[in-house]
Design a binder for this molecule. Sequence first.
Ligand SMILES: [Zn+2]
Ligand SMILES: [Zn+2]
Length: 142
Amino acid sequence: MSAVHRKTKQKEAILGVLKGTTSHPTADWIYEQVRCEIPNISLGTVYRNLRLLQREGVIMELDLAGTLSRFDANIHNHYHFRCEQCGRVFDLDEPVDKAMDDNVAQKTGFKVTHHRLEFRGLCIDCQRSDSPESLKKYLGLT
Ligand SMILES: [Zn+2]
Ligand SMILES: [Zn+2]
């Protein structure tokens, strides 16, 4: 197999993994999945390809403050819900409010291209599986 072909195959495998999930995975998670397909791939290669795909506008990096980068193959603007306990990120089926962009643009004179919105709280699983005690512990209240 030629080097060029190998590179294309790696990139496609990485994109395939990301497109096959809605879990907004980290690079490490993607790496584990891609290894099933290409056992000798390195984590560095996965990172490099994620950067590349991002520059090409094929995927989006979620820049959530203070956490590992998570990646999204859905590049249309959409809102997210982030669970404060397990850290999972969910897509929301909530229409993006374009009026907010106009509003801010009008008030500030800034040229607004889009906005990002992230809701926070507890996902269904975490609401079920955790006692108030462990939640308090997690939030550092004890
Ligand atoms: Zn959760
Ligand atoms: Zn998303």
